[in-house]
Ligand binder design. Structure first.
Ligand code: COA
Length: 165
């Protein structure tokens, strides 16, 4: 990356990636030149999909998007951001309920490293009330979640819950 290119890290669990995440990513790329999707390797979250599965789905969805790198990280986000030679993190905000959690996280990151800035983009109203958890719950009961996630993710969810070979 050349020195003048603006790079941003988009961290999350992405278990799995949803259309809401994609809308944040698309808008972030209108402001930044390059984006790294940084998938947190946090076993405490007990993800439904393995890291490999999450990477596979994101790679499939973004295969025609040259300005996006997909990576995973352990440990502190701020350390990862510095390692990637940038100082900006992007997060999406949905309803007010996200605010407290995001504010807490941004303040903690700021305490850990004052150079790292958190930038928030508002999630499109269409995705205000979706989340990976609620999508997984609907999918686990055989509900139709197409339109909320990319086709490959819907397929992987159906497979995971035994609705498709
Ligand atoms: N539209 C719809 N839904 C969205 C969304 C959007 N634009 N953005 C997020 N979501 C949903 C996700 O589906 C997910 O739903 P779920 O909670 O039901 O699974 C939820 O919001 C948050 O998921 P995600 O965006 O993947 O982020 P996260 O909150 O799981 O990620 C990290 C948190 C990884 C950024 C944070 O834990 C971290 O930085 N960890 C590293 C350790 C560290 O540095 N800790 C100290 C700092 S606090």
């Amino acid at each position: 990356m050349s020195k003048s290119e603006k790079l941003v890290v988009y961290p999350g669990t992405f278990d799995p990636i949803t259309n809401g995440h994609l809308s944040i990513l698309t808008r972030a790329l209108k402001v930044f030149d390059k984006l790294i999707i940084a998938i947190s390797n946090n076993p405490q979250k007990a993800p439904l999909f393995t890291m490999e599965e999450r990477i596979f789905m994101i790679r499939e969805v973004l295969k025609d998007q040259p300005n996006v790198e997909i990576d995973s990280f352990d440990g502190l986000l701020v350390d990862y951001v510095v390692k990637k030679k940038t100082n900006v993190v992007i997060r999406g905000l949905r309803a007010m309920s996200d605010f407290e959690y995001e504010f807490q996280m941004a303040l903690m990151n700021r305490k850990l490293n004052r150079e790292v800035q958190s930038i928030f983009l508002m999630t499109d109203y269409k995705w205000f009330y979706t989340s990976s958890t609620i999508i997984k719950e609907a999918a686990s009961l055989g509900g139709d979640i197409s339109g909320l996630v990319p086709a490959i993710v819907a397929k992987m969810l159906r497979k995971k819950f035994g609705y498709e070979e």
